[in-house]
Design a binder for this molecule. Sequence first.
Ligand code: GDP
Length: 178
Amino acid sequence: FPEYAFIGRSNVGKSSLINMLTGKKGLAMTSQKPGKTLLINHFIINNNWFLVDLPGYGFAQRGKEGRQNIQRIIEDYILEREQLTNLFVLIDCRHEAQKIDLEFMEWLGENGVPFSIIFTKIDKISKGRLQENLKAYQEKLLETWEELPPILLSSSEKKDGREEILDYIDTINKSLKG
Ligand code: GDP
């Protein structure tokens, strides 16, 4: 089965998004504590693809060694997992582009890993502000990328973006078969 992995810095809203997509509250636990998700978790969806929860990256408080171990687990999965079909990089829509996220995406590009961006927590800002932030983010990306990756929008709070993300994945799944 094809795998679709979700990754992002802690507190970006990954667990909430995964809960929304799997529709099974409690399977991926949300937490107030940054960096609580430690292992790679697989969720089978519609009996035809796996949603993969990757550990968050970029939390300094874990200390250097712990961070390197997690980094290695993430990198091994991303580079070596043949089933990995697309990676969703989660970005909090309120924040301006962060170096760690941009560098991570550049690394994906260098390694030929297909990815898309999900802007999370869109309920937290106005529509106008969201458009501004989207534009600013795209401009930032265009400093290094010739072609922009797709950017999907989500609010786990308002249950927005669920169908769009699931349809997006279904479309890729169909193209794999066809
Ligand atoms: P993770 O660390 O990336 O897994 O983030 P969580 O899913 O645990 O969310 C971190 C915090 O952001 C929690 O307090 C969530 O309730 C909150 N949160 C997550 N998604 C949303 C969202 O779409 N809208 C709002 N308003 N809050 C959110």
